[in-house]
Design a protein around this ligand. Structure first.
Ligand code: PHB
Length: 383
């Protein structure tokens, strides 16, 4: 585990000559995976978030970042979140990527009242039964990108499907969303297969799928695990034989590493390559110039987290002492995202278009809108 404290020189320089509502820097704690299968996701979220903050002069205040490697380890989540809040005295918490880690963070901030902005983890409860005035998500619920896939697969002619994912909250929520829509449309999910997170021993499961020979396969995998899965699906002779669907995390940020093993795979997600809006092009250029990496959905979510924090700070004149006013202002923000503009539901989850994408020449090309303005049902949220 590494903890680094980074002051932003740019922010300090900017603030030096200006009056500030806040006489001490605002501390933002980042609890994200910087190692393991989700390491690349954490890096993209962090870099894009800081880029958005700088573009907006940090909302007019001085900020400090405290970074903590969550290691995507749910068992350390409560302790790590407490450390950031109690020892490092962060004012705002940003994280995590992994739904299991999110459960620990949510538990802590429901007690402390610390504003939490989730830049990835899609666990339903965070904006469902455990929703709270201080919990926001700039990403998605795991149901959101998965649900439209069920209709896509059915409309393409599939009548039977098998789902496969890691055996933790995100996998269950995503495959559940697909199964719900596929069944509503008239299809039948004949088997739901799981393997422990972050295992990549896919071979026995692929053999099982080949013998069941369903019309479609839907999966939830991301990061390093998604690369391995796409390569193994191809090597098992299933690519091009049994149509593969997934939440778009399956093919986002991984195409350079899989060659043509993902060609033609259709996924659904709240982002795609080459979207036609005024924000996306400049965002991608700036991100690539800053990091040397191509932007993906995780960079978008990080960017929008930075935009949300900066916009809200601007809205309250940099004064976070009235926490209720700060949180209320946060919920009212409209985010001009590279994914397209979005607002927050009452449960603080983005209401957003879900795109249908197809992998062509190393790009997640947008081939349609699978579901417009999709809001998570926020089951159990009584805020
Ligand atoms: C999650 O754990 O909710 C999760 C992780 C990685 C993703 C998407 C969702 O790409």
């Amino acid at each position: 585990m590494k903890i680094t404290l980074i002051g932003t020189a740019a922010a300090a320089a900017l603030v030096a000559g200006s009056a500030m509502a806040q006489d001490t820097p605002i501390r933002i704690g980042l609890m994200l995976p910087y190692s393991g299968t989700y390491a690349q996701l954490g890096a993209n979220i962090t870099d894009a978030m800081q880029m958005a903050m700088e573009e907006r002069n940090n909302g007019g205040v001085e900020v400090e970042y405290v970074q903590l490697d969550s290691e995507a380890d749910p068992s350390a989540a409560v302790e790590n979140a407490r450390r950031l809040i109690d020892r490092d005295q962060v004012d705002i918490l940003v994280g995590p990527v992994h739904s299991g880690v999110a459960m620990g963070m949510v538990q802590v901030v429901r007690q402390t009242g610390t504003p939490l902005i989730i830049p990835n983890a899609g666990v339903l409860a965070a904006t469902g039964e455990l929703c709270a005035p201080n919990i926001f998500r700039t990403s998605f619920s795991n149901w959101q990108p998965a649900y439209p896939s069920g209709f896509v697969a059915y409309e393409a002619g599939a009548r039977t499907a098998v789902t496969l994912s890691w055996d933790y909250g995100a996998g269950h929520d995503a495959t559940g969303g697909f199964a719900q829509a596929f069944t509503e449309a008239g299809g039948e999910v004949v088997e739901q297969l799981f393997l422990p997170f972050p295992d990549t021993n896919f071979q026995p499961l692929l053999t099982q799928i080949a013998s069941m020979n369903p019309d479609a396969v839907f999966v939830f995998f991301a990061g390093g695990g998604a690369v391995q899965f796409l390569n193994d699906y191809n090597a098992a002779g299933l690519h091009g034989t049994i149509p593969l669907y997934g939440s778009g995390f399956l093919t986002d940020g991984v195409l350079d590493a899989v060659g043509d093993a993902a060609d033609g795979v259709q996924t659904t997600l709240h982002y795609a390559d080459g979207l036609d809006n005024a924000v996306d092009g400049p965002f991608r250029e700036a991100f690539e110039a800053r990091t040397g990496r191509v932007a993906d959905v995780y960079a978008v979510q990080g960017y929008d987290t930075g935009q949300l924090i900066a916009q809200t700070l601007e809205a309250v004149g940099g004064d976070i002492s009235d926490l209720d006013a700060f949180l209320e202002a946060m919920g009212e923000q409209t985010i001009a995202s590279p994914r397209g503009e979005f607002t927050f539901s009452d449960a603080h989850n983005p209401i957003q278009d879900i795109y249908l994408r197809e992998v062509r020449d190393g790009q997640n090309v947008m081939i349609g809108v699978a579901y417009e303005d999709l809001a998570d049902p926020a089951t159990g949220c009584t805020m």
